[in-house]
Design a protein around this ligand. Structure first.
Ligand code: B16
Ligand code: MG
Length: 217
């Protein structure tokens, strides 16, 4: 198998936190006087907190100063964290825990590469932190996906070349980030908007090390 390291996005791959982001953003939009739909929420997947706020304000045709934006982003995050603190292991998407264990027992290196500044807290809540050799989150990078920075940082911490890394991503920008970094990539989830990945899976239920070895021999 040519793959030595698997790099996982968090939201949409390990857990579905998009539903919590959606509620928090929708409430903020309502307070600001406009509606925010599930389709709108698709635009925020994999996007940083501040950029998400800017997209939301654009949708509502609302202008705010940088200082006001910081306050709004903080307010949204407090609301979002109320959901995160209630998360349990049940939130882990089907097949993920088994797949991570399977990878580890076959000697695969594992890292998390997420835009979320709350990633370590979420992994703690769902008791998965110990499964990751390295965690690179939104606090550690300055350039958002599709820039490959987050995944290249994972590779460098794991001391492996990008060409032996395999990224699991649910967002188009994340798939592009992996490709821009010279990595292999599998698209995860049901979105019709994904393209360019080597393979697509609806989730991890049917994926194991053996199948990966066939795909990347
Ligand atoms: P936070 P990922 C991303 O997670 C989410 O998909 C995106 O909706 C969110 O705005 C971003 O994290 C930042 O999250 O506010 O917690 O820092 O898909 O990169 O794991
Ligand atoms: Mg994601």
């Amino acid at each position: 198998m040519k793959i030595k390291a698997c790099l996982f996005d968090l939201d949409g791959v390990i857990v579905d936190t998009a539903k919590f982001h959606f509620i928090a953003w929708k409430e903020m939009a309502a307070e600001l006087g406009f509606d925010f739909s599930e389709d709108d929420n698709e635009l925020l997947k994999g996007v940083s907190r501040m950029r998400s706020l800017e997209i939301l304000l654009d949708i509502g045709k609302i202008t705010r100063t940088d200082e006001e934006k910081l306050i709004l982003a903080e307010q949204k995050n407090r609301r979002y964290l109320e959901f995160v603190y209630q998360m349990t292991d049940d939130e882990i998407l089907p097949g993920v825990t088994r797949f991570l264990t399977d990878l580890r027992s076959n000697g695969m290196l594992i890292a998390l590469g997420s835009a979320s500044k709350n990633a370590p807290l979420i992994l703690d809540r769902i008791h998965l932190k110990g499964q990751f050799d390295e965690i690179v989150d939104g606090n550690a990078v300055s350039k958002a996906k599709p820039d490959p920075e987050v995944f290249l940082r994972c590779a460098s911490l794991l001391k492996v070349e990008p060409s032996v890394c395999l990224v699991f991503e649910d967002a188009q920008a994340g798939i592009e980030a992996a490709l821009n970094g010279g990595m292999n990539v599998i698209g995860v989830g049901s979105s019709d908007n994904l393209s360019l990945a080597d393979h697509y899976i609806p989730g991890f239920k049917k994926l194991d090390y053996e199948l990966l070895s066939k795909w990347y021999n």
